[in-house]
Design a protein around this ligand. Structure first.
Ligand code: 48F
Length: 259
């Protein structure tokens, strides 16, 4: 067989085989930002089958921009155990209890940690709808298509991916909960959008409000702020990491995984 044929065959066969296998999972995490990647690792550590769908061709979400394009972000001491789990280095920088982290290191090691624990990350996959069941309303999966299709403005029907739990980790827009609210009025969920900056309260509240929206659908990271009208916090990432860890614990509990 010619090399060109081998390349095409291996890419298509392996991708197709894997996509079929991944079309039924335990947890679908939508968004490969800090909260989504953190959740993915801790869920995979519990031996759950975890798939992350990310619409861009890269992971890290808002991390890569660092603090307003400066290449550092801030965390406080509560984030250190999570940074340790991902082997992310941090530096004490003269303000007690606060640390700086290199944004490039944070985004790559969060992704590597999720992958090493067994999560699968599919890039270029945009979720555009939920899959639901009624009586009682529950979310049982998502509908996704390749982001390139959206970029090209083509009218193409999406594919399905089913799972026992779906995490909205799409950031400031809370894409999945917004879809739930707009297209499934029966859920009685409204998305007020996030409030203006108040870093200390935002860092606390975003973790506190992390969790289940309706059966099958969970919210983590900045989506939590959008859904619950919480403040934003700027380039400090403790809340994102702890929110990701918390949603993983909540899902594991709901799915009956021994803690
Ligand atoms: O925005 P993002 O980093 O979300 P996060 O985990 O973290 C927020 C922080 O980065 C920062 C902040 C806290 O300091 O304010 O902004 O809450 O990552 C969200 C990811 O979701 C992807 C998007 O490309 C990004 O990588 N995403 C958004 N919509 C979709 C999506 C979609 N419909 N389908 C797939 N991926």
């Amino acid at each position: 067989m010619e090399l060109e044929s081998i390349i095409t065959r291996l890419v298509v066969e392996e991708s197709a085989r894997e996509l079929v296998e991944l079309s039924e999972s335990d947890v679908l995490v939508v968004g490969a930002g800090p909260s989504g990647l953190t959740a993915a690792k801790y869920l995979a550590d519990k031996h759950l089958k975890v798939v992350v769908l990310e619409k861009r061709l890269s992971y890290g979400g808002g991390i890569g921009g660092g603090g307003s394009l400066f290449h550092k972000v801030v965390v406080d001491e509560r984030a250190l155990p999570v940074l340790g789990d991902f082997k992310v280095r941090y530096k004490a920088a003269g303000v007690a209890g606060y640390y700086v982290v290199d944004s490039a290191e944070l985004m790559s090691k969060l992704a590597a940690g999720a992958l090493d624990s067994g999560a699968k990350i599919i890039l270029g996959a945009e979720v555009e709808d939920l899959v639901v069941r009624d009586n009682p309303l529950r979310v049982v999966g998502v509908m996704f298509k390749w982001s390139a299709i959206t970029a090209a403005g083509l009218h193409v029907d999406p594919l399905f991916a089913l799972s026992r739990a779906v995490v909205d980790a799409t950031g400031h827009e809370a894409v999945l909960v917004s879809i739930l609210s707009r297209k499934n009025r029966v859920a009685g969920v409204a998305v007020p959008g996030e409030r203006s900056g108040f870093a200390e309260r935002a860092e606390r509240d975003v973790v506190e409000y992390t969790g289940r929206m309706v059966p099958g659908l969970y919210v983590a990271g900045m989506s939590v702020a959008a859904v619950h009208g919480l403040h934003r916090m700027g380039p400090i990432f403790t809340g994102m990491l702890l929110s990701g860890r918390k949603v993983a614990e909540a899902i594991a509990r709901d799915l009956g995984v021994p803690q």
